[in-house]
Design a protein around this ligand. Structure first.
Ligand code: NCD
Length: 308
């Protein structure tokens, strides 16, 4: 039995197969419409979510399976003090696979150790968000035509943004990826990613504060929201929240093919006037999230080969 805790849980070859499967699902959805008939997905969300939870649910429904679960800790037995270890032992009796989001780093990993069903980390605190990374990789590969040989700017809350932490770890395995880390001083990438991931792997990267300085050299721009819920006090959040606002004027500094990604939800960091720009790919990215989660569910249930 396999779980997904970290984007590195799949080898590059396995990821290629998963992304190929997602592309096939996109082209031939009817082929997969009953692949998970009789199977159940449990979504255990201890933290708010729109895209991740609903795209998991849409993915399972598209595969002909069913879904059950909860969307906040308050409506689960966590409110009575139950541990994730106990919850997952019980959920293992009700479902075939589970996606878990939790504010505590490592909670899905603890669950996976007690689970009789595959557990997918759907975001744990400021740590990892592997299925967003699968979404990002599928979007980049499908729209840019390659993974590697590009300069990517990651902009915003690089300290608390788990999507950025997971994406960097995944991208260093591809050739010639240059990273431009764009953040205010207080929201710089954590030391463990800078030292243990980027430096240790002799990866090309630089850190800058001004988005304007980075824009001309980017093939991809990955914008992120300032993660309000992870700040210790509201004043710091208010000071940081509008540090970056990508608008039409700033976009004039970027190349004609620079792709703009964002895991969403967006607050103010991308002005709505950018949505019509052909370089804006963040809503397509949300659609790719469904295909890749379908491919992931099939793979973890061992059903990927059963479709003909
Ligand atoms: C991200 C998350 O939850 O980390 N959202 C998502 O899953 N698409 C990004 C965010 O909340 O800013």
């Amino acid at each position: 039995m396999r779980h997904l805790m970290n984007p590195l849980d799949f080898s590059v070859e396995e990821l290629d197969r998963l992304l190929d499967l997602a592309n096939d699902i996109e082209k031939n959805p009817e082929k997969y419409a009953h692949s998970c008939a009789g199977k159940k997905l449990a979504t255990l969300f201890y933290e708010p979510s729109t895209r991740t939870r609903l795209s998991f649910e849409a993915a399972m429904l598209n595969l002909g399976g069913s879904v059950l679960g909860f969307s906040s800790a308050d409506s689960s037995s966590a409110a009575k003090g139950e541990s994730v270890a106990d919850t997952i032992r019980v959920i293992s009796c009700y479902a075939d696979i589970c996606a878990m989001r939790h504010p505590k780093e490592g909670a899905p990993l603890i669950a996976s150790m007690k689970s009789r069903i595959p557990v997918i980390n759907a975001g744990d605190g400021g740590h990892q968000h592997p299925t967003q990374t699968l979404t990002d990789l599928l979007t980049i590969r499908s729209l840019k035509g390659r993974l590697g040989n590009f300069t990517i700017g990651l902009c915003g809350d690089l300290k608390f943004g788990r999507t950025v932490h997971s994406l960097i770890q995944a991208l260093i395995r591809y050739p010639d990826v240059n990273f431009v880390l764009i953040s205010p001083e207080e929201l710089r990438i954590p030391d463990n990613i800078r030292d243990d991931v980027l430096r240790r792997n002799r990866q090309q990267f630089k850190e800058v504060v001004r988005l304007e300085d980075a824009l001309p050299e980017l093939d991809l721009l990955y914008m992120t929201r300032v993660q309000r819920e992870r700040f210790f006090n509201e004043e710091d959040y208010v000071r940081m929240k509008d540090f970056y606002i990508l608008d039409k004027e700033k976009l004039k500094l970027a190349g004609p093919d620079m792709m703009i990604l964002h895991p969403l939800p967006r607050v103010n960091e991308i002005s709505v006037e950018v949505d019509d720009d052909p370089r804006a790919a963040y809503f397509k990215q949300a659609q790719y999230g469904v295909y890749v989660r379908m491919a992931l569910i099939l793979t973890l249930l061992g059903l990927e080969g059963s479709v003909c």
